[in-house]
Design a protein around this ligand. Structure first.
Ligand code: ADP
Ligand code: MG
Ligand code: MG
Length: 190
């Protein structure tokens, strides 16, 4: 079950991880992208943290919607609309249920519909889909495994796909940031 308190802790922990790994995420995005993923995500999570602190919504749907809007307006690039869609779908679904597994399933469907990527396309879907399927018995090792598995894949979506076979051998930056998101969730729940 997702509460407003857990959600706030989750976002704070995610913002910390993104900020601490901002340079690393942009570095991962350099050989197979345009080198901005860490900056994009850090800018977005600063906005999320600020929005939650200033407006401090007290209900789950409003909180999820505020997070989605902050991500959509501040992250930019490919990742902004995708992370934004994930939280927007969770916001919609939260009107029917607060079950975290169900909320996350709605998020994955939204991401896949929005970006058109499927499992194995070397995108953040490779982490979201695998990790959400394991939920709620998810472990840190499973998250790490899903992230590392993107390394040997050839990118089929996003900027990395322009490189074709040359995208093989690099971790997908969006998969790595998504790994932080789910690590933060485990910590917030624990
Ligand atoms: P941009 O590529 O526009 O600079 P970012 O660098 O912030 O955006 O994000 C890149 C990440 O977005 C990729 O590493 C990948 O995980 C994800 N991504 C890109 N396109 C798609 C897509 N169509 N579906 C799912 N994820 C995608
Ligand atoms: Mg980029
Ligand atoms: Mg970009």
């Amino acid at each position: 079950e997702l509460t407003v308190e857990t959600l706030n802790n989750w976002m704070e922990l995610f913002a910390q991880k993104v900020s601490a790994n901002k340079a690393y995420l942009s570095e991962l995005d350099t050989p197979i992208g345009d080198g901005d993923h860490g900056n994009n995500m850090a800018r977005g999570m600063v906005a999320v943290t600020e929005a939650l602190q200033t407006k401090h919504p007290t209900d789950l749907t409003a909180s999820l919607k505020l997070i989605a809007m902050s991500l959509i307006s501040k992250v930019g690039g490919a990742a902004g609309p995708l992370y934004g869609t994930a939280f927007l779908e969770m916001a919609k679904t939260s009107q029917q249920t607060t079950d975290l597994a169900e909320l996350l399933q709605a998020a994955v469907l939204g991401i896949k519909k929005r970006g058109g990527a499927k499992l194995g396309d070397k995108t953040l879907v490779d982490v979201w889909e695998v990790v959400v399927a394991k939920f709620p018995e998810l472990t840190s090792q499973q998250i790490e495994q899903a992230v590392l598995a993107t390394k040997d894949l050839e990118a089929k979506k996003g900027r990395a796909s322009y490189l074709g076979e040359r995208s093989i051998g690099h971790l997908d930056p969006g998969a790595v940031s998504s790994g932080y998101l789910f690590e933060a969730l485990l910590e917030a729940e624990g």
